[in-house]
Design a protein around this ligand. Structure first.
Ligand code: ZN
Ligand code: ZN
Length: 256
């Protein structure tokens, strides 16, 4: 069994995956992908996302406000906490810092990130973190505000020292299809070093389709290719990689 630890089912290009979200999930299940974490990107779109999540026993959900969404809307911390307390919500996020695409909103991103970390600590649920070109600020915020449930750095593309420090703070590292890209040799070196009991795999679909689907819209079924690629990179079987990453997913999101 493989878990897609990070996907956006409400954003899939359904014309490229069988005509519906249900068809995309069926396709994934036929590839051995049997759990999905559908990640929230704004509180406004959560009710529609939950309509999808509620129809499937193998789909879980998180609630958060993505750093590349329109920050000028502001974040209602009480509303975020209300969602975070919902039994159907297993994590807070995605949240974080993206100085690569949106350096100009760095200040409000930091404010919102800290709000997410505080809410996650209050409700004792893990946090899903997006971090681009923001290594020091991400690690500083984690060190100061993360709760004991910790969380995951998703779609990780940064350095080994960053991964190592986050792991020491109790975090997991999730790897997307970027690891299969030709120019990702530094990331591949990092992926070989991540302890197997802290590693997860994801699609981040509909974004970042792995090789050989690059250029197409991504979908949860393709997490199998990500898992196969990492297993080969680390010299272990797909079964070993799948079992370890599934155990990690269960430990992080359901035993905190
Ligand atoms: Zn992200
Ligand atoms: Zn995402």
């Amino acid at each position: 069994m493989i878990v897609d630890s990070h996907c956006h089912l409400d954003r899939l290009d359904i014309s490229q995956c069988g005509g519906s979200v249900d068809a995309a999930l069926q396709q994934a299940r036929s590839q051995g992908v049997s759990r999905f974490l559908c990640v929230g990107i704004s509180l406004d779109t959560l009710p529609a996302m939950m309509d999808i999540v509620d129809r499937h026993d193998d789909v879980y959900a998180s609630a958060g406000f993505h750093p590349l969404e329109d920050m000028s809307q502001g974040l209602d911390a009480a509303a975020l906490k209300q969602w975070a307390l919902d039994d159907r919500i297993v994590a807070v996020g995605e949240t974080g810092l993206d100085y690569f695409y949106a350096k100009e909103s760095a200040e409000s991103q930091r404010e919102h990130f800290i709000t997410h970390l505080k809410v996650a600590a209050e409700v004792d649920k893990p946090v899903i973190i997006h971090s681009r070109e923001a290594r020091d600020d991400t690690l500083a915020a984690i060190a100061q505000y993360a709760g004991s449930a910790a969380g995951v750095l998703h779609c990780f593309t940064d350095t080994w020292p960053m991964a190592k420090q986050a792991i020491e703070e109790g975090f997991y590292i999730s790897i997307s299809g970027i690891v299969t890209f030709r120019n990702a040799s530094e990331l591949r070196d990092v992926v070989k070093k991540i302890p197997l009991d802290r590693l997860m795999v994801e699609t981040d679909s509909p974004y970042l389709a792995p090789v050989p689907h690059r250029g197409k819209s991504n979908q949860p079924a393709y997490v199998r290719e990500v898992a196969e690629y990492i297993a080969e990179l680390r010299g272990i079987s797909l079964e070993q990689l799948a079992e370890a990453t599934t155990d990690n997913f269960q430990r992080l999101f359901f035993q905190s």
